[in-house]
Write a protein that binds this ligand. Structure first.
Ligand SMILES: [Mg+2]
Length: 122
């Protein structure tokens, strides 16, 4: 089976590093970006998308999710945030996960989302 590609967007280098380790170990190709503007060109290459909510540079994770869902409607998107109440209620993400989280939680979320995606077709 082909490896799935995950796009990881977070302004904090430590978080990017840890998520890269985690997802590489879990068998994904990992693309890392530090803000939404840099991430947009990579959306089409990804099968799964996880973004921080609070990032400097004018685009938060909910705005980035909106763009992502427009470009690739079927791709599961996860927003991570230390301040879940700041995330607008009309966000389009499939899941909001509160920081800090355990990797086991993240594993469960990913497994659920990829299951929902349903054993399609490429
Ligand atoms: Mg941040």
């Amino acid at each position: 089976m082909d490896k799935k590609t995950i796009l990881v967007v977070d302004d904090e280098g430590d978080t990017r590093y840890l998520l890269k380790e985690f997802f590489t170990t879990a068998g994904f190709n990992v693309l890392l970006c530090e803000n939404g503007t840099l991430a947009i060109p990579h959306i089409s290459k990804a099968d799964l998308f996880i973004t921080d909510f609070n990032m400097p540079g004018g685009m938060n994770g909910a705005e980035l999710t909106k763009i992502t869902k427009r470009e690739k409607p079927g791709m599961p998107v996860i927003i991570m945030t230390g301040a879940p109440l700041d995330v607008p209620v009309d966000h389009l993400a499939n899941k909001v996960i509160e920081k800090p989280f355990k990797f086991e939680q993240l594993e469960e979320v990913i497994a659920d989302l990829l299951k929902e995606e349903g054993g399609c077709c490429d």
